[in-house]
Write a protein that binds this ligand. Sequence first.
Ligand code: ADE
Length: 562
Amino acid sequence: MKKRGVYSPFLNGATSVFRFWYGTILFGSILLDQPEASLSMIKIKKLCKFCDTQVTNCSGTGSCKVECDITAICPHANEVCVSIWRKKDNNVTLETLCYNPAHKLYGLVLEDYNNSKCEMKEKKGMGSEFFICSCSEDECNEHVFFTSSFPFGPSDSLDSQVVSVILVSLVPLLVLAVLVITSFYFYRVYRQHHATSKRKKGPPVDFSDAHAIMMDDEGSDISSTHANNLNHNTELLPIELDVQVGKGRFAEVYRAKLKQGSSAGEQAFETVAVKIFPDEEYASWKNEKDIFSDADLRHENVLHFLTAEERKVQKQYWLITAYHPRGNLQEYLTRHIISWQDLWLLGGSLARGVAHLHSDHTPCGRYKVPIVHRDIKSSNILVNSDLTCCLCDFGLGLRLDNSLSVDELANSGQVGTARYMAPEVLESRINLENIESFKQTDVYSMALVLWEITSRCSAVGEVKEYEPPFGKVREHPCVESMKDSVLRDRGRPEIPNSWINHPGIQMVCATIDECWDHDPEARLTAQCVAERFSDMEHLDKLSGRSDSEEKIPEEISVVDEK
Ligand code: ADE
């Protein structure tokens, strides 16, 4: 039992007056007893609630006012007010007392006695639920505050625990984020600096007018400076249209002169192709422009895009691309019989172009959006000067980015040219859940083009006049008649037995057969076809290298099927 100090029931209410006089008397007695004591040593005794242990209703959460009506003047000046809340077997008590913090109480050090409020802290290992607080203001142990009833460490408050947990987990993350952002920033600055100095070291480019953009970084005569961009210059490129070289569903294609800076009075120019869309075909222009605007589309077997322009005065939309003097593959096959080597070049490059479109990564391994063409046919393939293929006409192209919903895919509908439509496209039964399905329809169309190429190869034996798959050039089979041939009769263009005498052609035909399978999932991928072609390089035992034979010398103008 602790010794209670001066008990005064009168203290409640008149405490300050009493305490003033009591303090004054005490002060006098100290001075008399110990004349050498200085003023700084004088301490005033505290008033504390002092009821020892009482049963209480205080639940041990929030705050409580102790039900103790005894306010005592603590016997010693260095004593502070203490409250202890205990709960054992549903028996809840509150103990109030004066106590000297220099000594342990129930084996505990009073750490918080300098507080002005009595803030309860839980202590473990006391044989019951045990909360204790101490404080130094008068009667401060009358109101007790429970910071938390969670059983954290003996002296740490929940708040500081939470703060330290948050700090410990967040600080490393913040440091990491700052490091990543800083490194990325410096990497970008370095790249920019590197690119600028590389540009500075390269050939001087005249940016004084629009002509300057036609310098290519790969040394060809075609610019890439503005490639994959909409030409936002108010000044349009100085282009003079020559002759019409093609006509498609939505647009006409012209050979044109892009004028360069004049030298010695002579006007220099680059030859380019200009695809002109009338005002009402804006959507088509926009789709093709958006597909071309993806820099990752660039590939040697994909038409090289320079820029897009809105020609407001003429109410036209233009796409400006590289010009291919050899024209499209259909025209080329109509006029030429090709060697095995040519077949190998044309077929392999076609497969590589399609594989690049379909791929979800660039040759350097970076992510790229896969694209499907959806209108692969020989008239949408241009022939490069080295007799490789170059895919063009992306008016029906579709970017297979992850954001496309099934609804959007479904709305993209049955598109393409009936003659080249895969069976599942003809019957509008594409699996929209799987983007591979769209690629599989391109592979089917590519198989028909490979067949066209093969049909004009001298290695097959007797070579007939060029004919497109399923009929004549000038006939344009409709979807219904294609359904009869391809779906009902499961028909495919004929591969005569004589063709497979040549080991290379045999392998090409086996590949074609796997690519036009009725079951889309059974078809090869374009990448696999490209690999097959690279394996076939030396399969020309029977034919040997022969230059292409010019079959039809005069210019013919082939107009696309609608
Ligand atoms: N026909 C369509 N596009 C062409 C191009 N870029 N070059 C030549 N002929 C084409």
